[in-house]
Design a protein around this ligand. Structure first.
Ligand SMILES: [Zn+2]
Ligand SMILES: [Zn+2]
Length: 307
């Protein structure tokens, strides 16, 4: 098995000199994600084997970008922000936030946009028509199950659609926050804005974040800093290894931990400026197979993949 060990780089971080949190900019994460999904589905790219699925997801994510651009959600008030700061809690916590019915309106809009797209399979079009007639109470129950990770209560056929609706709502919320109202959490492995798990991490190269690694939230697309060569699940710093597919792209590896046997993927913008955590994680399923065979478990699922 290809296994590349990086030397234990000690990052002498001047804390505060780099952004601790990178909040999403409007519909920006969805636009970048859709573009990347299409790139990764192309002949010769890592995701070509599941290219049709990636292209369908690109249509969904493009609809998310369009819907997110128009929405105006209720933001936490001063009392709610103060409470989050005092208790070091996420200000728009996925499990606790009183989400507005607006997320279902966004869902209906998504279903309509995707069903109206020219390049989707008939089966998907049929399922979307059915989704639009589901009762609100049932959808709310599915949202609760998804956001609190109760897998046994999740209806898999509808989960990608419900998740896409919730993502659209939460990205709209997170994009309206400022860094100052997002306190550092006691648990560094959770999103400081919404408390969800990261999908993957990315080493950024832009001027502000040069060479630093950020975890990317699977729900609200907020990114937060985590020192490199550190397990994103248990924060252990020893026994961290990097795995890649022989002959595969240099821009993506799996970061594993010998302490908890969990891995998450890590993307390198210095190798490929276009990497996007959700899209690249989804397209690199062969790396997941490799890691499964080696006895490691994924730290969390991909919001666009449900089986
Ligand atoms: Zn989040
Ligand atoms: Zn670990």
């Amino acid at each position: 098995m290809p296994r590349i060990l990086e030397p234990g780089q000690i990052e002498s971080l001047a804390q505060g000199a780099i952004p601790r949190v990178r909040l999403p900019q409007h519909a920006g994460p969805f636009r970048a994600r859709a573009e990347r999904l299409r790139q990764l589905a192309a002949p010769g790219a890592i995701g070509h084997a599941i290219g049709d699925y990636l292209k369908l997801m690109a249509v969904v994510v493009e609809a998310q970008a369009a819907a997110a651009a128009t929405v105006d959600p209720r933001l936490p008030d001063a009392t709610e922000l103060g409470r989050a700061r005092t208790h070091r809690m996420p200000p728009i916590e996925a499990r606790g936030w009183a989400r507005e019915p607006l997320w279902r309106v966004l869902g209906a809009e998504l279903a309509e946009r995707v069903a109206g797209a020219a390049d989707i399979p008939d089966q998907a079009r049929h399922e979307l028509t059915q989704v639009r007639s589901l009762p609100p109470e049932w959808l709310e129950g599915q949202a609760d199950a998804l956001l609190s990770g109760r897998r046994e209560d999740i209806e898999m056929a509808v989960a990608p659609f419900v998740m896409a609706s919730l993502q659209t709502y939460w990205v709209a919320l997170a994009s309206r926050l400022t860094e100052e109202v997002v306190p550092p959490l006691e648990v560094p492995g959770l999103c400081p804005a919404c408390g969800s798990l990261p999908v993957a991490s990315v080493v950024r190269v832009d001027r502000r974040s040069q060479g630093h690694r950020y975890l990317h939230c699977g729900l609200c697309a907020t990114e937060w800093h985590l020192v490199r060569v550190t397990c994103s699940h248990c924060q252990n710093t020893e026994g961290i290894a990097y795995h890649s597919i022989e002959g595969g792209p240099d821009a993506i590896r799996a970061e594993s931990c010998e302490h908890c046997h969990i891995y998450r993927k890590i993307l390198y913008q210095e190798q490929d400026a276009g990497v996007e955590p959700v899209a690249d994680d989804l397209a690199s399923l062969p790396l997941d197979l490799l890691m499964g065979e080696a006895g490691y478990q994924r730290g969390s699922g991909n919001p666009l993949l449900w089986q």
